[in-house]
Write a protein that binds this ligand. Structure first.
Ligand code: FNR
Length: 182
């Protein structure tokens, strides 16, 4: 493995479409890239008073992300933005001031929704946050998926109709990672 990429999913739901998408996505990774799912559901709510004495889950998050060369976010859209659980994780990783684990890590964003806008508005909000966190973020192709019959195969892989598109995204992201990884 040449690169390890942290994989953050913005939904905590057991049957999450986005978790399913994340699982299918990693199957498209080339041998030199290994994706590592990062748990965010057990993080406490961010409280600046705890910066000096972080919870073990926060220490774990920061260690996991610090050892990766890139970060991919697969997230639902909640009320036209990203879910609070994902923002909470981003906030935790960004602090204490000057000790952000996100800075410089090449990012990718995607998401899936039952609705036609396909998480596009959440992704735009997320891109704004990632810009501030100094994460170079792959611009194209954008991945705004709408959940439809046949999107996933019975074994959880991306179905025929979208596999080429998502493989193209993966190839672009891996090249972007190679150009931008520290
Ligand atoms: C939603 N949903 C939703 N969908 C969307 O396309 N745009 C939106 O703004 C919202 N807003 C929203 C808010 C809240 C609080 C919930 C619970 C849901 C629907 C959402 O896309 C759907 O529940 C997805 O299935 C959530 O993703 P996961 O959990 O399947 O990954």
């Amino acid at each position: 493995t040449r690169y390890t990429v942290a994989l953050l999913v913005g939904s905590l739901r057991k049957e999450s479409l986005n978790a399913k998408l994340a699982g299918a996505l990693v199957k498209l990774a080339p041998a030199e890239v290994s994706f590592q799912r990062v748990e965010i559901g057990d993080l406490p709510l961010y409280n600046q008073d705890d910066d000096a004495n972080p919870a073990p889950q926060v220490v774990r998050l920061k260690e996991q992300v610090a050892t990766t060369q890139g970060v991919v976010f697969v997230t639902p859209e909640y009320n036209r933005s990203i879910p609070g659980v994902l923002k909470n994780a981003l906030d935790h990783g960004s602090r204490p001031y000057g000790q952000s684990v996100w800075a410089g890590k090449p990012a990718g964003v995607m998401g899936i929704s039952p609705g036609a806008p396909g998480t596009s508005m959440a992704q735009q909000h997320l891109r704004n946050i990632l810009a501030y966190l100094d994460m170079p973020t792959l611009g194209q192709p954008e991945v705004f998926l709408q959940a439809k019959e046949g999107l996933f195969d019975a074994d959880g892989s991306i179905g025929e109709g979208s596999r080429g598109f998502l493989q193209g995204w993966m190839d672009r992201y891996v090249a972007f990672l190679g150009r931008n990884a520290a």
